[in-house]
Structures are given as structure tokens and as C-alpha cells.
Design a protein around this ligand. Sequence first.
Ligand code: HDE
Length: 695
Amino acid sequence: MAKNAKPTGAPTIGNSGEVHQTASTPEPRLTTNHGTPISDNQNSLKAGPRGSTLLEDFILREKIQHFDHERIPERIVHARGSAAHGFFELTDSLSEFTTAKILTEVGKKTELFTRFSTVAGGAGSVDTPRDVRGFAVKFYTTEGNWDLVGNNIPVFFIQDAIKFPDLIHSVKMEADKGYPQAASAHDTFWDFIGLMPESMHMVMWAMSDRGIPRSLRMMEGFGVNTFRLINAEGEATLVKFHWRPKLGTQSTCWDEAVKIAGADPDYHRRDLYEAIDQGDFPEWEFGVQLFTQDQADALPFDILDATKLVPEEDYPIRVIGRMVLDRNPDNFFAETEQVAFLPTNIVPGIDFSEDPLLQGRLFSYQDTQLSRLGTVNFHQIPINQAKGCPFQNFQRDGHMQMAVPKGRANYEPNSLSEAGEDGGPREDPKGGFRTAPIRVEGEKVRLRAESFADHYSQARLFFRSQTEIEQAHLASAIVFELSKVSLAHVRERVLANLQNVDKTLAQRVADGLNLPLPEASDPGVAPIDLDASPALRIVGKYPDTLKGRKVAILVADGSDGAVVDAVKAEVEGDGGSVFIVAPKIGGAKLKDGKSLPADGQLAGSPSVLFDAVAIVLSEDGCAQMLKEGAAVDFTKDAFGHLKAIGHTAEAQPLLDKAGVEPDAGVIDLSKAPKGLLAPARTRQWDRELKVRMLA
Ligand code: HDE
């Protein structure tokens, strides 16, 4: 339950900031938006008790009108998001490279607000589709807000911002049909992908298990675009930003993700909220990859091309700080919905690169906020305010102006101070933001640089760096997606392009579709074989702990409370949490006659929602559960989704009915009471090929 109880009720906004009391009620007084006390909130004003409602009823009109306008346009991308407050703490100074205070003041904590999101689905869509995840952080620094608006994948689909509307139109629901919602498995997306080979690297990432994260707390984050750091001498160093989750990068299985969508559409949002609410604060390391321009020039690709990454093995990540999310928003709309991230929110000492994707982003975000939030004054909304460094300038007026500037200084230069008046703020030539004097010249052209032309080498690098299981997942994901594509020529073109990534991958996908492999397409520039990058894998790298993981204990009448207690103690001792599932929400009557309340009812708590399960049943309880489809599915899915299953000997008939075969992840708790812990920390990857046919 909530540890930090929050005040609820109507906000009180007024010059005095006081809570208005009424004489006649002990509660704060209900008023209109303009402060008029309301005497009756149950009945509209009518001409007689049965008469028509009167236009004069300003209380009714204000209330209904406000309600009519409660929704604002949702974000055209990243509409579905979940966010939290927290702080950033610098542990290693970059003062050699930058003057930015946030990157040089070791030990200083800076407040921040982080919003995670899916990309394609609407605001009310589910949390677990196959998709890229947004990872946007707003740091309230003492030098103004710095927004690092990244994703959980370090590269992007396209190289030039001018293609973004096309990419997004293609992936969103099809324009005529209005479906599919939150899914890339359809004609128009794969049509676009097939025609844009530069997207192939990102497609590899999106089709890998990174596209179906287990939790927002278990995702990496990347700034994606290359930025610059600028030091006191004005020297520039190229930089890429990274977030690494303390809980490791973990994912779901595809079949599991699909089932979670039905069982709990808010799976990720709930997980983030509950973890923070219970004081289990998610944490990420913050790291940088730094390069000189000469080092960047020596790379076999262009550092301005956002479809490319810089392998960690070549340029290790230097960890310089940490982010902790320790407070849930008080109000979803006011904070998570109204937060406006802007890549143009930058601080002195950090600068942009010429990456043509980033350059377009510098325009788009400011522009989109105007239609979404409806005013140039969206920076005055509390969540967007520059808390660490209040803004002061001469911009005035506009819709929804909240500030009341004093005096007549609304222009600059002015000499009003010479007459004793407040002349307002002035530019700061030394401490203000300065653009690095990078040389740019050339003819005005609409061209893609030659150095952006290799579209396949890094897609190949990603695929070949994966473990066998991950390669099989990736191939199967493409088979799934292309199986939903109805246009034969679109499937064929993707198969032709895939051969430039890896011939075995293309063959596996063709076999999975039961289609002939067409001729390879012309790659333009022939791909090169780069050294594998093990850093790109996630299988085999789960941290050796149950921290952040959830174990369900299935009980029914007659279950042995001692076994339940033992599992609970072990799991909690290792940092995990337990969730009691019973056929009825009122709980079960245990063997010793005591009753055990349930956290969830069996039909509403399928095993897809947990990382491991313990099936603690008596002989009678098991006989009952054999007749309950939800119990059979619970067990069957836990096995199919490679989860550890602890069980009492009496539960064996249920395991048999669910098709559970013995392996290292299936533990008879009567023989090995502590045996569940180690397998519950990971998935039983060895089981994978026994439970499904992968491409
Ligand atoms: Fe975005 N993107 N984007 N994007 N993006 C938006 O801005 C855009 C790109 C990212 O939680 C929009 O405020 C263009 C890359 C995140 O509120 C919009 C291009 C990356 C979020 C926009 C890109 C991102 C957005 C919609 C190609 C990873 C959600 C609402 C040049 C580095 C932020 C909004 C939040 C949101 C434009 C590409 C990340 C329309 C034109 C690359 C995490 O302005």
C-alpha cells in the first residue's frame, strides 16, 4: 500500500494561497474557477422545478464547458507515457570537456522529471506492444532546463528529419481503416521500411527483445543524436549520452507481451508507480562516450548519421552520474501529460551537432507544443518551469499568460535604470549559452552525404552480435510482422533487403513465411563485417538478484502456510516481492485453518504478470485446480514463458495437465525448499526450443 499518503481534493489557487473555509461546512468551500462560492452542486438552475434550464446558470456552464475541454490533443508520437520525479547526481566531473555545471559539480543533486513512452500507440493504448520506447529526461539545472529527449534504442529509423512525418504516418494506424493501433505489423509500415534501407539497423533493434521490455525500470536509454561538449577554452568534444538501468536490461517473451496487453494494459505504468510508491526507487547510471573530431573522422561511418552507433567496445562508456526516480507525479494530466520536452532546452557547455535528424528536431518540439498545449506560454506550466534558474526576459503576453510583469521595461536595450526604474535582465556574454564556432560551408543542396550511404553494416553487426536465442527471437519477430503484411511485393522487398543484413537471417525469415527467397537487393554500398559487439546482447546478462522481480504464489484451500512463508521469506530476502494468487479474492483457508488473504484473484492474475511462480497446493486443492482453466493456463504459460516454477509434490497433477516437463527451472519445493531462488532470477533460456518453433 501507499507509503507516502498524499493530500487529495480540490486545489486552492488564490493570491492569499489560503484554504477557504465556509461558515456552514467544515470542508474547504467549493467555488467556481473565479472564486464564487457554490451553494448547490447537485441541481442546475431551472425555470421552476420541472422547467427548462436557464442560460443564466454560469455555474453549470462553467463546469460543463471546462469538462468539454478536458482533453487536449495528444502527442502525435509518444502519446502513451508514464513519468516520475527524481534527481541526478554527478559522480565524476567532466570539467576538462565542458563548462556545464550539471556535468562538473560532483555530488550536486539536480531535480529532474523523466517520461517514458511508447511511440506508435495513442494515449489510451496498451503498454506492451512491440515498439521503441521514449526515454525523456528534463533536468532542472541552475543554468536552465536541460532536456535529454532520447529512446531505449541508440539509433533511429531515418537519417533526415524530412522523412519523419512519412515514417510516423506509415507506422500509425492505417489512414483509411483506423487500425491497427500500436502495432508495426501492417502493410504501410513495412512498405516504408522496404523502401528506406537506412531503417534496417533500427528495425533489427525494434524486432529484437529490446522492443518488448519487461519494465520501464529495466530499459537502457540513449541520447541517440551526437552532441558536443564545450569547455572553458571553447574547445569542442563530441559526445553520446547513455542511461544504464541498475536492474539490468530485461525483456518479455512475445507471446507473454501479447497476453499482458489483455491482462494488464497498464503493466509498465503500474510497475513504475508501485515501485516508487513502495520506496523501491528505480536507478540508472549516466554515462558518456567522448570523441575528438579526428577520432570521429576515423570511424567507418559518419557520427552525424543517427542510424549508426559507436560500439562500446571501441569507445567505452564513462559512467559519470546516476538518476534516481523517487517520487510519483501528484497529478497525471498536470505533469505527465503537460510536460513539454524540447531538445532545444540546452545549457551553456553543451551544444548540438549538425546531425540532420537533430537539426529537424530542434524545430519540431517547440512547434508541436504550441498546438498541443495551445499557447506560447507553455513554459509557465509548473512542470515545465525552469525551477533551478527562473526565466527572465522581455517576451510578453500571449494566450494563458500567468505571470504579471511589473514596470514598463519590456524592451532592450533600455536606460530606465538611470532614472531609478527596474530596467530588467541583460545578456551575459561570458556565462550565457554560446554556440561552438564549428566551420560550416558549402553549396546549398538537398543531398544526403556520401558518408551516410552504408545502410547495412551496422544492421549486420547488431544481428551477428546477438546470442542464438536472441537471433531466433529477432527472426521470429520479423516472420510475425511480415505474416500480417498482405501485400506480396512488400514482403518480397523486405526479404530482398534482409539478405544484405545476413543471408541466414533472410533465409530463416523466408522459411518462416514459407516463401521463396528473392534475389538480394542492391545495397548501394557493400556492407562490411565489423567485429561483434557483445554489449548489444541482453540474454545472459540479467543481474544475479531478484530485485525488481515479482513471484506469484498460487494457493487454494488446504495449502501449506509454512511453504508459503518459506517462499516469501526467501524471495523478499533476495530483494524480490511476492503476490498471493487464489481462486477467490477473499483468499484461501490454509491447512492449519488460518486464512490467507489474496493479492489477486486467479482469473485476473495470470502468470504473465510475474517473473516466477510457486504453486503451493494440497492434494485436494490441486484436484480443484485441475478443473479450473485459469490454473492450467497459469502453469502452462509460466512454463512456456521460460519462468521458474516451484511447486509442492501434491501439485504435480496440475503440472502434468499443463504439459510442464521437468528441467532445472521446475523445482519440487518439498525436495529443495530453497531451490526456487536461483532460477527465479532469470529465464530458463534452455527451455526455449522445447516450447516453441522459432524461425
Ligand atoms: Fe521525437 N518528437 N522526433 N524523437 N520524441 C516528439 O514532441 C520528432 C526522435 C522523442 O515524453 C514530439 O513533445 C522529429 C528521435 C521522445 O513528451 C515531436 C524527429 C528521438 C518524445 C517529435 C524525431 C525522439 C518525442 C511529439 C525526427 C530519440 C516524447 C510530442 C527528426 C532521440 C517526449 C512532442 C515526451 C516526441 C518530433 C525523432 C525521441 C512531434 C521531427 C531520433 C522520447 O515534436
